[in-house]
Ligand binder design. Structure first.
Ligand SMILES: [Mg+2]
Length: 205
């Protein structure tokens, strides 16, 4: 049985989305990127870091306070992410939602934001390609935090930016990590599939 969670949108000031798998599907060579990052890390520190979790390795670099090196890693990630950016596939239902907020009981002045582990350029270019960049008021990408999901830093950054309460925010993502990020920040969080079901129901009716 499929459960449709009760998503309450009408009291929200800010709706936050993850990017990849939530608003668009990115097409990047993640395997080659990870290999490149592993090699770079090994060369610089003469120790191994498993880039199964890119964030965990970047956290090591933050702990060492090697912020120039961190920027170099961001550069590589950005380069791989935008390499095939034109092949991005927008997620139809999410884009429909973003373009038709009023159909879902969202208030007129509700703002949209992105919290993603992808780089800012990737977020901007992806939203541009999906023709929704102008719908978004605030973007938090890989470079904008020093603790990555599921750490709640990105959510707090968005909260600070808008000066709103936790109960006025909601986060949608495609991974458990995203929902966990929302939980860790103490805000409502759902899988994008829940929203997609809501959109498809609305489209049929
Ligand atoms: Mg995602």
């Amino acid at each position: 049985m499929i459960m449709t969670h009760h998503i309450s949108l009408k009291n929200k000031e800010v709706i936050i989305f993850d990017l990849d798998g939530t608003v668009v599907h990115l097409v990047a060579d993640w395997m080659s990127l990870k290999k490149k990052l592993v090699d770079m890390y090994k060369k610089i520190y003469n120790e191994d870091c498993s880039f199964d979790s890119v964030s965990a390795c970047l956290s090591n670099i933050v702990e060492k306070s090697d912020f120039d090196i961190l920027e170099n890693f961001f550069d590589i990630i950005r380069q791989y992410e935008v390499d095939n950016i034109e092949e991005n596939k927008p997620i139809e239902e999410t884009i429909f939602f973003i373009n038709n907020l009023e159909l879902f009981g969202v208030k007129n002045n509700t703002k949209l934001a992105i919290l993603s582990l992808n780089t800012r350029l990737t977020i901007i270019e992806s939203l541009k390609l999906a023709d929704v960049l102008d719908k978004f008021n605030y973007l938090v990408g890989r470079e904008d935090v020093r603790k990555w999901k599921p750490d709640p830093e990105g959510i707090y950054k968005i909260q600070d930016h808008f000066g709103i309460k936790k109960e006025e925010m909601i986060y949608f993502g495609d991974l458990k990590k995203d929902v966990l990020t929302g939980n860790n920040a103490g805000i409502e969080a759902y899988f994008i599939d829940d929203l997609i079901r809501l959109v498809n129901k609305k489209k049929i009716n």
